[in-house]
Ligand binder design. Structure first.
Ligand SMILES: Cc1cc2nc3c(=O)[nH]c(=O)nc-3n(C[C@H](O)[C@H](O)[C@H](O)COP(=O)(O)OP(=O)(O)OC[C@H]3O[C@@H](n4cnc5c(N)ncnc54)[C@H](O)[C@@H]3O)c2cc1C
Length: 414
């Protein structure tokens, strides 16, 4: 009899896992609360960039419907404000790409259903998970940031914050020109927060996701609370005023006359996320286990664009082990965790580091990157491998050693 896997949650993690297993003859049911047609009228869910490592998985799954030649971007521009502002570039080895998840997820649900995957629509509560488990060999819970994930215990050792570190105001906008090379701009306003500008495919074509990561209590926080619907002109004028003051390299590409949300008031999302890591499995009784995937296992602030990329990675690790093994017990969970943990914790720790005021060593790294393209290229491409980024950033000694490697040829020449 073929293996039966129940996946609760039809987001990036659940769909990548479901498609992976389906292609290997595993019987998969996804239980999720949203139908494909619901996404058209949903408020913006997030603004997700997939890096090339994730796009390669999509290609393997046969769901890369958005070729990077048409929709991708190739580099990061970094702007650090302050008394002596700096602006510099780092390139990826292969392009990244952002598609509005209200377009992306229903398309992958369609792929899953067309290939024989079964989807059941209902909002599940914790009790329902045990019921679902009784008809499956293993239950995977990947319901994102919602309450169901709380059935997995909070991992205090890896969750240093008890509240959001940034107040987010993120929207899809029109009226923003691109840099000559299609790119993401990461702009830092010291003490106030960051702005990440991501070229994104949404309903009706390309737009710009402006993800404003505002420090609580700072000058930009108001944007996380102001309601667009109350007075669109006042909202847009406030965004423009704050961009001009804090994120000038993005502001200079804005056409004030046409600047607005791309399609509708639904193109705006405000709030904050508390970075949280959870323990990875629970016992349900009857010898069955539920294992966590994606944001249920680790919620990271969107600052470094890692959550969905690590969810996809973890989905493939879990999928490989489900196919390779046949007993889904605690030992199974241990082997899965050993294979996905380094990347997940790498993303969480690196992001948490960048949410704090930078250390002198980190400032030195940023200054060196602004002068050394090869260093900045490596930093940029490491967005594909957060554990490699963390190898470089985990301690002041590591940061200084990394800077030193890039200074070595000049020192030798002297
Ligand atoms: C503003 C913002 C920007 C971001 N930018 C990036 C980025 O650039 N790169 C990146 O990699 N990540 C980014 N992320 C993070 C990314 O969105 C998440 O990490 C990713 O979507 C997690 O995938 P998931 O499958 O775990 O959960 P989700 O994608 O949230 O999917 C959860 C699924 O479960 C369903 N569900 C929820 N509750 C229930 C229930 N009780 N019963 C049944 N179904 C349920 C939902 O409908 C949904 O289908 C960003 C997040 C935000 C908020």
């Amino acid at each position: 009899m073929s293996k039966r896997i129940a996946i609760v949650g039809g987001g990036a993690g659940g769909l990548h896992l479901g498609l992976y297993l389906l292609a290997r003859g595993v019987q998969v049911t996804i239980h999720t609360d949203r139908r494909p047609e619901d996404y058209r009228t949903q408020r913006l869910l997030n603004t997700v960039a997939h890096h090339s490592i994730t796009i390669a998985r999509e290609t393997e799954l046969g769901v890369n419907h958005w070729p990077t030649e048409q929709y991708g971007y190739y580099c990061h521009y970094h702007h650090f404000g302050g008394e002596q502002p700096i602006f510099f570039r780092g390139d990826f080895k292969s392009a990244s790409r952002a598609v509005d998840y209200r377009v992306y997820l229903p398309r992958l649900m369609q792929d899953f259903a067309e290939r024989g995957g079964h989807i059941e629509y209902a909002e599940l509560k914790a009790d329902d998970v045990a019921r679902v488990a009784s008809a499956a060999d293993l239950v995977v819970v990947c319901t994102g940031k919602g309450p169901l994930g709380q059935m997995f215990e909070h991992d205090a050792a890896h969750s240093p914050f008890d509240r959001p570190q940034r107040m987010l105001c993120v929207g899809l906008y029109k009226g923003v020109a691109e840099e000559p090379t299609r790119s993401v701009t990461m702009s830092v306003s010291p003490g106030q927060g960051e702005l990440i500008d991501i070229p994104t495919l949404t309903f009706g074509g390309m737009a710009h996701a402006l993800l404003m990561e505002n420090v609580p209590g700072g000058d930009m926080e108001v944007l996380a609370k102001m309601r667009y619907e109350d007075n669109p002109r006042a909202f847009l004028d406030t965004v423009l005023e704050k961009l001009e003051k804090h994120h000038p390299t993005v502001y200079r590409r804005v056409d004030r006359k046409s600047f607005d949300l791309a399609n509708s008031p639904n193109d705006l999302l405000q709030g904050g996320v508390t970075p949280t890591v959870r323990h990875t499995h629970v016992t349900l009784g009857g010898g069955k286990l539920a294992i966590a995937l994606g944001d249920v296992q680790a919620i990271v602030d969107p600052l470094c664009g890692q959550g969905a990329n690590i969810a996809s990675h973890a989905a493939f690790v879990l999928g490989e082990e489900i196919v390779r093994q046949s007993i889904y017990d605690e030992r199974f969970c241990e082997t899965v965790d050993a294979k996905r943990r380094d990347r997940i914790l790498g993303a969480a720790r690196w992001t948490n580091l960048f949410l704090q005021p930078p250390s002198p060593e980190l400032m030195q790294l940023i200054g060196t990157m602004s002068q050394d393209r090869a260093l900045c290229d490596e930093f940029t491409d490491n967005f594909n491998r957060p554990e490699a980024q963390w190898d470089r950033l985990a301690s002041p000694q590591r940061i200084l050693a990394w800077i030193g490697e890039h200074r070595a040829p000049a020192a030798l020449a002297a």
